[in-house]
Design a protein around this ligand. Structure first.
Ligand code: DC
Length: 237
């Protein structure tokens, strides 16, 4: 491997701890592809809402599984922001997948085995040539178990809820801090205790607690790890 070889970087961790922000910034610096795998689970959840598969907060699993092959998820870069945006069956849904309705069912949708099987296969295909940074919950454990660099990001729950509140209250003035805090707790609980690929730190992942770190400090820390990884790969070649 030489310095121009493109490695695979897996970033996992709890909800709203800034994984995507870090992954995006690192991808820009390295000129890598960035994939927010959570957006894909959110896309399937939005499909459920739009197609009447949710009744009183419960997802109709049987119908969803039957319709899975008709759910097409793709990412396209926005020409202005240069950020990847999610398309559900050809329609840009980036602005719809971050709302609280989607957030309140996404962990349930993500616990369905058939949904995970479909999305994991698609994610592995996106990363088959390396040069990718993917963030999620099972990237280092299931999607790319052989990723050259794995990070597990965390931050204290209060800080995470505060960050999410600042972000969501820009577009939704009626949302409360308590609502967001409860949603994060619930999602973490479901994501960590589900039967299929529960959220856990891979044995070879490096822990990054960013409660007291700025975005720049996190980027610097991670960029150094990438450089070290590259150097070690060259030495051991
Ligand atoms: O990263 P996020 O908050 O946008 O993720 C939304 C949900 O999707 C989260 O509650 C857990 C689930 N998820 C998952 O199970 N596996 C992934 N690789 C990514 C997200």
């Amino acid at each position: 491997m030489n310095l121009s070889t493109k490695i695979t970087i897996a970033i996992d961790g709890f909800s709203s701890c800034g994984k995507s922000t870090l992954a995006k910034a690192l991808a820009k610096k390295l000129n890598y592809i960035f994939i927010d795998s959570g957006a894909m689970y959110r896309g399937v959840s939005l499909y459920c809402i739009q197609n009447d598969l949710v009744k009183e907060g419960e997802v109709n699993e049987t119908l969803l599984i039957k319709q899975l092959c008709g759910i097409n998820l793709t990412f396209k870069n926005n020409d202005n922001t240069l950020k990847p945006e999610l398309f559900l069956n050809g329609i840009n849904v980036e602005h719809l997948i971050r709302n609280i309705d989607v957030a309140s069912i996404v962990s349930k949708v993500a616990s369905i085995k058939e949904v995970r099987e479909k999305l994991v296969l698609e994610q592995q295909k996106m990363g088959e040539f390396g040069g990718i940074i993917m963030d999620g919950r099972d990237i280092g454990t299931v999607v790319f178990p052989n990723a050259e660099l794995k990070l597990f990001v965390t931050a204290d729950p209060e800080t995470r809820a505060q960050r999410r509140f600042l972000e969501l209250s820009e577009t939704n003035k009626s949302i409360t801090f308590e609502e967001i805090s409860y949603n994060l707790e619930e999602r973490d609980r479901i994501d960590s205790t589900r039967k299929e690929s529960p959220l856990r730190q891979a044995n070879d992942a490096i822990l990054l607690d960013n409660s007291n770190l700025t975005q720049e400090e996190q980027l610097e820390f991670t960029f150094k790890l990438v450089q070290e990884k590259m150097r070690n790969e060259v030495v051991h070649e």
